[in-house]
Design a protein around this ligand. Structure first.
Ligand SMILES: C[S@@+](CC[C@H](N)C(=O)[O-])C[C@H]1O[C@@H](n2cnc3c(N)ncnc32)[C@H](O)[C@@H]1O
Length: 234
């Protein structure tokens, strides 16, 4: 098994997006991510808004169902960055129509969002934790895990994916790497400073040394958005 040493302390090369950051800088980066995202999600209204999506339910389904479509059998499913748990709830519902039964798990860096997820899925409340996937090693592995590359600073994407494959995924499990701004003309306008602006998830994964075994797409023709979810295996 590969060792997954995510560097805690390292050299700082300033002036480039590919910064290797000190432990304190990493801590601040994740706190800034939480503090930037959280207020926009803690709104009343449709449940997908508390998962960071604006617009209609149809839009939510078009742009999130590809996650569910990557799941091809019953098993455990961890959503990294679960927000209010609505994606997990929907994936359970969508996949039950294909006789696929999912046991949902979620982690998020926002305690307030994890509380919302526990309320949304009370029968699974013990499956939701406030954790940072960047450095948390779960006590058990999962059959399916969803994430996005933008959850870590650009320089750490490769180590992050290796870390998840080594520590989160069952031997025959699948890592679903979603890009919700696939083919966007300006992905840099949609992400936090320090994340990599990924236009094409398969190319980005290839640059990092990973080859997806399959992918699923979704389109929102109203706002001209595209989701691509790439599947990696161990
Ligand atoms: C766009 S929402 C995703 C909601 C839902 N899972 C989906 O795919 O539609 C991103 C969530 O990821 C969380 N997040 C960002 N970085 C994270 C990290 N390193 N570890 C855990 N959660 C993270 C944020 O707090 C936010 O709630």
């Amino acid at each position: 098994m590969r060792v997954a040493p995510i560097p805690r302390e390292a050299l700082v090369t300033r002036g480039t997006i590919n910064l290797v950051m000190t432990k304190e800088e990493l801590k601040q980066w994740f706190e800034n991510a939480r503090d930037t995202l959280e207020p926009g999600y803690l709104v009343n209204g449709e449940p997908w808004k508390q998962s960071g999506m604006s617009g209609s339910e149809e839009r939510w389904i078009c742009l999130r169902k590809p996650v569910a479509d990557c799941i091809d059998r019953s098993g455990s499913f961890l959503d990294i960055g679960c927000a209010n748990g609505y994606l997990l709830e929907c994936c359970q519902k969508w996949n039950s129509l294909r006789n696929i039964i999912l046991e949902p798990y979620g982690i998020d860096i926002s305690p307030k969002l994890v509380e919302l997820a526990k309320c949304r899925l009370p029968q699974y409340k013990d499956n939701f934790l406030v954790r940072n996937a960047f450095d948390w090693i779960p006590p058990k592995r999962f059959d399916f895990v969803r994430t996005e590359l933008v959850y870590v600073p650009a320089k750490y994407e490769k180590q992050y994916i290796e870390f998840l494959l080594d520590n989160y995924i069952n031997p025959d499990g699948k890592l679903l790497v979603a890009n919700y701004v696939e083919d966007h003309p300006h992905p840099e306008n949609t992400i936090l400073s320090g994340s990599h602006p990924t236009k094409n998830i398969l190319s980005r994964l290839a640059e990092l040394g990973f080859k997806a075994t399959e992918y699923k797409d979704g389109f929102d023709t109203v706002k001209n958005r595209k989701t691509r979810v790439a599947v990696l295996t161990r």
